[in-house]
Structure formats: structure tokens, C-alpha cells
Design a protein around this ligand. Structure first.
Ligand code: PAF
Length: 278
């Protein structure tokens, strides 16, 4: 496995490749990331994973400075799952000058849910993902469904800008107790870690109710928010939305339940897809 830090070296290493599969990450890898790399590997071309903590997608009050940087461990894990190239540019490589050309995804998709609580987040994500795509020039890029809205925003960008990249969504990896794997789970104290699966349970309760025909989506959302608050969480949102465009739910179409909530100082997100009732 090669570790590459500059764009010219990356381009040279990938020259002539037309089947590169790409997994963008911010490092601090867990089993969920490794599953993305394994999935990328199945495509048969070279696999590139990037490790870059993208300042542009963090608000000033967020955890950019303290975001765990575990580069050596990440490289060992990536090597173990057959990654061919780790692209780990410094900020001076990816942002050699202030990045004032940015990608602004549409408000209807990007200023709701996560975007409403993390203004500018998806501008930062789209800008770095587009830039990484230009560096890696992948045929396929694999993203986790855990960041459901991110996956949708990236798909939208790829479609609207006619980027020659197939975007693949990979299922969320969960611990045995249901907690979705996330780099930020490491912030949880032991007591918070024991409580954390309550978020997935709240989503599952809504999923079961909707799958059984409930259509009082607002009521279900509020019930889940109240339940989490009563357990000491600070929910940002629990929302039932259409899978297609994250618009308001309708009967008879595939839905997704999404949630974000703080447990102590840690903000967790999760989601569950609910197929259309047959
Ligand atoms: O999901 C992430 O880890 C990041 O948002 C991404 C896609 C690597 C862009 O920085």
C-alpha cells in the first residue's frame, strides 16, 4: 500500500487507470469504513482511500481541532483490507489558497435536517468531495448510508455536474447493541456509551409503526424526541422523510427516519430506511 501526499504523485500512481474505486474518509477509521473499502475492492480496480479532516465542513464551534487523528492505526487497518493507495494530503496541498470557489448544493436538500443545525456543512462536504474526485478521478466512490443526507447531497452534485463517477451507498454498520458505528462514538463516556443505543431504538420504534401503517408522522417524531429528552438527550431532530428527496413523507413511497441528538457533549446521527408498504 502506498501513502501519497501530493496531487501530482497521486495522478502519476493512477495514470491510465479507468476503474479506480474511491473511499473518502476523515480518518479515525472503524469497521464501517473498512466495509466501504472492502466494497470498493469488489469492483476489481485499484482502491484509493483518502484521509483528510476537512476544515471547510466544520463550524467554528465544532470539533475540528479535537477530531481524532489516528493516521498510523488507520493505515494499518487500510492495509489489512487491501487498500492500494492512501491519499493523505496536508491542508496546504488541498487548500493552498483560501478556497473561495465552493459548491453550494440546493437549499431544499442541504439546508434541512443536518444542514439546518450545521450551516455550511454540505457546502464544505461538496467542495472537498468534488476536489477529491478531481484528484483521484475515480470510476466509483463508496459512501456510508449512516450519513444519509450526505450521500443524497453528493449524488445530487454528481448528477447535476455530470461527474463520471458512480456513487455507491453502503449499509450502516452497527455494534451488537444497535449503535451505528461512528468516529465520534469514541467521545462517549462508558455511561453514555451504554445509553447511546437508545437513539437506534427510537428510530426502530418509528420504523415499526410506519411499516405497520401508521401515518401520524409528526406524532411519531414528537414522541421519539420526547422519549430521548426524558432520557437526558438533547435531540436536534427526529424526522420521517421521503427517501427520494428528503421531502415531507407520503403514504405508499419509501421513507427514511433520520435523527440527530446530543448525548452529553457528543452529537450522534442515525437513520433507518422504511420500504414502501406493499
Ligand atoms: O463522511 C465523511 O467522513 C466526510 O464528510 C467526507 C465525505 C470524507 C468529506 O470530508
Amino acid at each position: 500500500m502506498q501513502v501519497i501526499r501530493t496531487i501530482p504523485e497521486l495522478r502519476q500512481a493512477l495514470a491510465g487507470q479507468s476503474r479506480t474505486a474511491f473511499v473518502p474518509t476523515m480518518g479515525n477509521l472503524h469497521e464501517g469504513h473498512l466495509a466501504l473499502v472492502r466494497q470498493a475492492h469488489e469492483r476489481g480496480g485499484p482502491v484509493v482511500a483518502s484521509i483528510f479532516v476537512n476544515r471547510l465542513q466544520f463550524a467554528p464551534n465544532e470539533d475540528f481541532d479535537t477530531y481524532p487523528r489516528t493516521f498510523e492505526r488507520d493505515c494499518a487497518l487500510l492495509q489489512g483490507v487491501g487498500c492500494d493507495i492512501v491519499f493523505a494530503p496536508d491542508e496546504s496541498v488541498l487548500y493552498p489558497e483560501p478556497q473561495d470557489v465552493k459548491v453550494h448544493p440546493p437549499a431544499a436538500l442541504a439546508d434541512v435536517l443536518e444542514g439546518a443545525f450545521r450551516p455550511g456543512f454540505f457546502v464544505g462536504v461538496c467542495t472537498v468531495v468534488l476536489k477529491l474526485f478531481h484528484c483521484v478521478q475515480p470510476a466509483v466512490a463508496v459512501f456510508g448510508k449512516k450519513d444519509y443526507q450526505q450521500l443524497m447531497v453528493v449524488r445530487h452534485m454528481v448528477r447535476q455536474l455530470a461527474l463520471p463517477v458512480e456513487v455507491v451507498g453502503s449499509e450502516t454498520w452497527r455494534a451488537d447493541d444497535g449503535l451505528a458505528l461512528s468516529s465520534r462514538n469514541g467521545y462517549l463516556s462508558p455511561a453514555e456509551r451504554a445509553e447511546a443505543p437508545a437513539l437506534a431504538r427510537a428510530l426502530r420504534a418509528i420504523e415499526s409503526a410506519v411499516a405497520a401503517g401508521a401515518q401520524d408522522w409528526r406524532g411519531l417524531e414528537q414522541q421519539a424526541m420526547d422519549g430521548l429528552s426524558a432520557r437526558g438527550w438533547q435531540p436536534d431532530y427526529v424526522a420521517v422523510r421521503r427517501q427520494a428527496d428528503l421531502g415531507a413523507p407520503q403514504a405508499g413511497v419509501p421513507l427514511v427516519v433520520l435523527a440527530a441528538a446530543r448525548l452529553g457533549r457528543t452529537r450522534l446521527i442515525d437513520n433507518l430506511e422504511v420500504p414502501a408498504r406493499g
